[in-house]
Design a protein around this ligand. Structure first.
Ligand code: ADP
Length: 541
């Protein structure tokens, strides 16, 4: 027997409609490419989004059309999220840090019909446009006064004179709404095609799971870009819960972020560990925390325990989260339950260094090499599979990529190796491809990195596998020293020896000025492996 309740489709336009009505004064604050700070409320935003949707229609956007963006975090990008999907299009966010080859691949693969671009990226578009789909309309996200020369349309002119009301259609909730490609370490980037349903459910999941950050009156800073997995769902979860959004534009260095957080009284800031390492350095330089900061969400790669401790010691709650593009992206979050709040600091930091517990709507399992489930005992490590309302069911127009990632029961293989303990805490041991296989035993690069990061003279580090004639692979430690001084190799080894067996210790340490990052701001192990693939370890002579 079926229930007899209304079947109203879940749709993205309803989120902003709700925010405009119930949280009309909550703000969208943006550091603009034009150089100033811009403010508007959700009520004002909803009107502009309606105008933009009309503008998109006048440009010929049809249901299902892919409309691309190449832009920083700002209100116009946020408006595009709602106007494109609300009017039936698919908002395709492009990561501007992708290589020319990758970007050309995805613009063509997605068959984008329009591209909205921030002023910063106009030269990039001019250089690459010839290789993109013919007839691609390019709209520059600025006003007439700042328009560049060339064959471009003007964003503000698109809105001018349009009605501030739009009759958002009742699209079937499975309708595609967003498209995001993951950079991937091999092969072409692969697209995840989000639906209205998955996006609205994900927004509710995030709002429910991170209530400290997401409530009326809170001011939230997404440092994580709108071009990287929907800024972890914040453009949807914030308006839904009434939190204000503070968009940082393109300046993501420690001093710029510190200044913005101070000025705007940011309560909760979200981003990858590399960004917070930059902020940590600025906090040390200034000798104080930004005013009002009470909460941080760290994810995208493993947050070092030392980073978590630094902020927690000053009373900032750090929530370590894990997820991926294919999961919209939030899978787990690490806010501690009340009964752990009074535990000694070291114990709390140890739990917070894990990747947290699953959010509602995401199921996790770990399996052995034959696909058999492993126990959730905190000991057994296996490949992590997921299933849920906001998890991809297959890459966009890419059957080949789907072959190896789903198991017979339709679960999605994350490529991460993990343990899950009896309380549900997930610990990512490594990415399967980053584990180091030495003499038939596995060494976790993540564990080694986490320990080395605790050394006060280490600014950043990475551990990679170097091919070895006898052991197959051996770990090489690559360290960026702090500006103050370079750590002694013997000190690093002593530190590691406290936690690891002798055979797990790196065979060598190299110091570098900088570690290469991926397009999403993570340590690029692929580049490091290329750079140091021929590195001669001391015992290989
Ligand atoms: P890309 O690698 O292209 O940036 P994603 O952003 O989707 O793609 O990356 C997802 C991957 O990032 C996960 O599979 C995992 O390996 C890693 N990751 C994300 N969050 C964490 C975390 N908190 N700890 C460790 N690894 C993480």
């Amino acid at each position: 027997m079926l229930g007899s309740m209304m079947m109203r489709p879940l749709k993205i336009a309803d989120i902003l409609g709700y925010a405009a009505e119930i949280h009309p004064r909550s703000e969208v604050v943006s550091v603009r490419t034009e150089g100033d700070v811009h403010r508007q409320t959700y009520a004002q935003t909803a009107k502009r989004v309606a105008q933009l949707a009309h503008g998109l229609k006048t440009l010929g956007m049809e249901t299902g059309d892919r409309v691309a963006t190449l832009a920083w975090n700002g209100y116009r990008h946020f408006e595009l999220y709602y106007a494109i999907s609300g009017a039936g299009g698919v908002c395709h966010t492009i990561n501007p840090r992708l290589s020319e080859e990758q970007m050309t691949y995805i613009v063509n693969h997605a068959s984008d019909t329009m591209l909205f671009v921030d002023l910063t990226f106009v030269p990039l578009v001019a250089a690459r446009r010839a290789d993109w789909p013919e007839g691609l309309k390019v709209v520059v996200m600025t006003d007439r006064a700042h328009m560049p020369d060339g064959d471009y349309l003007c964003y503000e002119e698109l809105l001018q004179g349009q009605s501030q009301h739009y009759d958002w259609p009742d699209l079937p909730e499975e309708t595609a709404a967003g498209l995001c490609y993951t950079s991937g370490t091999t092969g072409h980037p692969k697209g995840t095609l989000y639906s209205h349903r998955s996006t609205v459910l994900h927004a509710m999941m995030v709002g429910l799971s991170l209530p400290k950050a997401l409530q009326p009156g809170r001011r939230v800073l997404p440092v994580v870009p709108l071009f990287h997995v929907n800024a972890w769902g914040l453009p949807y979860a914030a308006p839904l819960t009434g939190a204000s959004l503070i968009f940082p534009g393109g300046a993501l260095d420690g001093p710029s972020l510190f200044r913005l957080m101070d000025q705007e009284q940011v309560y909760s800031a979200w981003g990858v560990p590399t960004v917070w390492l930059g902020l940590e350095a600025e906090i040390k330089a200034q000798g104080r925390m930004p005013q009002g900061l009470g909460d941080m969400v760290v994810g995208g790669s493993a947050a070092p325990a030392s980073l978590i401790e630094f902020f927690e010691d000053d009373g900032v709650n750090v929530c370590h989260a894990w997820g991926m593009t294919e999961m919209s992206p939030i899978g787990t979050q690490g806010n501690l339950p009340d009964y752990l709040a009074d535990k000694p600091s070291a114990e709390r930091i140890a739990i917070k260094s894990k990747q947290g517990r699953r959010v509602f709507g995401v199921e996790l399992k770990i399996v052995d090499e034959d696909g058999a489930r492993l126990p959730h005992d905190g000991e057994a490590a296996g490949e992590l599979y997921v299933r849920g309302h906001a998890v991809t069911a297959g890459y966009y127009k890419n059957e080949a990529a789907n072959q190896d990632v789903f198991d017979a029961d339709g679960w999605f293989g994350t490529g991460d190796v993990a343990t899950i303990d009896a309380d549900g805490y997930l610990t990512i041991t490594d990415r399967a491809k980053d584990l180091i296989k030495s003499g038939g035993e596995w060494i976790s690069s993540l564990d080694l990195e986490n320990t080395v990061m605790a050394h006060p003279l280490v600014a950043n580090c990475a551990v990679i596998a170097v091919p070895h004639p006898k052991w197959d692979e051996r770990p090489l430690l690559i360290v960026v020293p702090s500006p103050a001084a370079r750590p002694e190799v013997s000190d690093l080894m002593d530190l590691l020896s406290e936690h690891f067996a002798k055979w797990q210790l790196p065979d060598d340490v190299v110091f570098v000025d900088e570690i290469p990052l991926t397009a999403t701001g993570k340590v690029s192990k692929l580049t490091l492996r290329k750079q140091f693939g021929d590195h001669k370890l001391p015992d290989m002579d």
